[in-house]
Ligand binder design. Sequence first.
Ligand code: ACM
Ligand code: ZN
Length: 677
Amino acid sequence: MGAQQVKHIAGSLRVALLLLALCAAAADGRPGTAPKPGARAISVVPRPELSLPGRGSFVITPSTQILVSGATRMPFPPEYFVAQMRRATGYPLTARMSRQVPGGNVIAFEYFRDDTLGGEGYSLDVTRARVRIRAASDAGHFYAVQTLFQLLPPAVFGARKAEGVRWDIPCVRIHDRPRLAWRGLHLDVSRHFFPPAFIRTVIDLLALHRLNVFHWHLTDDQGWRIEIRRYPNLTAIGAWRADREGIDWNLRQPQHEGEAATRGGFYTQDEIREIVRYAAQRNVTILPEIEMPAHTTAALAAYPQYSCTGGPFHVTTGALWPITDIFCAGNDSTFVFLENILTEVFDLFPGQYIHIGGDEADKTNWRKCPKCQARMKQERLPDENALQSWFIRRIEEFARSKGRRVIGWDEILDGGLAPGAAVMSWRGSEGGLEAARLGHDVVMTPGSNCYLSSYQGRPEYEPPAGGGYLPLRKVYSFEPVPGGLTPEQSAHILGGEACLWTEYVADPSRAEYMLLPRLAAMAEVLWTPKGSPDEPDFFSRIEPQLSRYRAAGYTYAKSLYLVSMSSVLDTVGRRVLVTLSSESGKTPIRYTLDGTSPTARSAMYRGPFVAGQSMEVRAASVRGGRLLGPATTHRVVVHKAIARPVALKYPCGKYTGGGAFALTDGVPGTKSYDDGR
Ligand code: ACM
Ligand code: ZN
């Protein structure tokens, strides 16, 4: 038996013992969350696979030693840990290589092969005397560091030295690894440009949530954002549009003749290389997206010769629908252009995948273009969907010849999927399921659960956002691996992504607001084993997570504190019972019925009450004598038809608005199509 096997068995034994201990802990409470007396509650997001709280804590002091063993040179995770700890504590901590681990006041990073941990797993053992981190990879050690930060007081996330903090880590044993390998966040930098410093912040947010793919949506109709040296006009022209900020996205005039294009920006190749390096030091791979054949107006404004019509084009200032601007598929020079661009993109981004878009391509111009029609005849393509499929196949072959793989939005299934292509399923999960059944890899991003551009609270209380309604709870309910697949097919679902489209997100602070805390819910869905996270447990950990965002200076939404009202009909007594709640669960609610704004001294909501007459309910979550966000207003209209059955002469189609009873429940409707009113 070789040394490696001995280590492997020892590793399995350790996991088995930990499991046994966890089962014993579970007998008198929840595993992983119930603190022993004297220990601070452990609240880690995403929740680790297994954790067993102990008694007491380890305290970091100026003389704590940070040692690294089993690596040939100093790896980045201990350096990352030390940099953050020095900043927050002001202690002169350093990391050094050492084979010997002394008895006390040590944080030891041990590089150690353990097949039970997978590529990104780690184990963490905190006793009063020392912290021991074991992982095979930098990724595992980096995630152990992220967990350590969450075990420490939130001040560890601050940018400056915090005074008067006891830097204690509650004793705990953790064995952790991700459920899914692809845990992503997509950011659209075309609809609004975000400076490199904010892209680094976004990568920090990925790291904090143990996410590992940054999907960078670099090109679209409203701006081309990546320097391509061979085609300087892509950024000299394509990165700039006529300035219509302050006007609703859907109401913007196109650029006028002779008007200067002044709004925009782009990333130089040097900036991109620096961001790629920054991401690698946080276990984040960047997935660059170069859109084709549509969502390309900005590119065509710079190089109209690669369109079907020859242009001219202006970079789009706001909404564009349908998207008829499209690369000409009949022109061979289009492919030379795209391949030259991709060659520079491959050179910048070391990840295996490149995203080539593929979504929402209106084929009107292909139908009218003699070159595209000739291509269809020559390639025996029955229709324009087949032409799109042919287009994607051609690009996929090129990428493959360069050792890369392509992924595209689920429309790339139309007309037949290119052999090596992976699919990002955004129009629901069906495209992803179909691709997985065909043996293709899939990343799930259904808009219903993953598009963080949607409202996270009632629109009247939120800044303007795109389309739908996606509160924290609904993100948390996302199941990235739906039923109906064989285990082999399920294995093709690599993971999922949260997507932030930025039509209504014009600056970094609004972007953070849209991401936080919903990114935490997405991270837990993708990281924590299926079936193990549960909603009340997650909501009990979200407040400590908010305190970390606060310490780090991030902007975050407090929409989970917005009070909503639902009416319950007592159909026998024909009465309306009013129920108040917020997503945060246990936060106290105070309310008024006299039209005044609630304060910390208004009536406490204790349970459903009868609305004997029409009334206006104003309510807010309150803690520590303060309102946690704005008060919300709700009306109940008590009328003669209350709780009467309804027969619909014209039954509802897709948008049922809560069904027939919504007409007689005493609660007025709204302008939203999906809030059940
Ligand atoms: C998309 O939302 N058009 C991918
Ligand atoms: Zn054409």
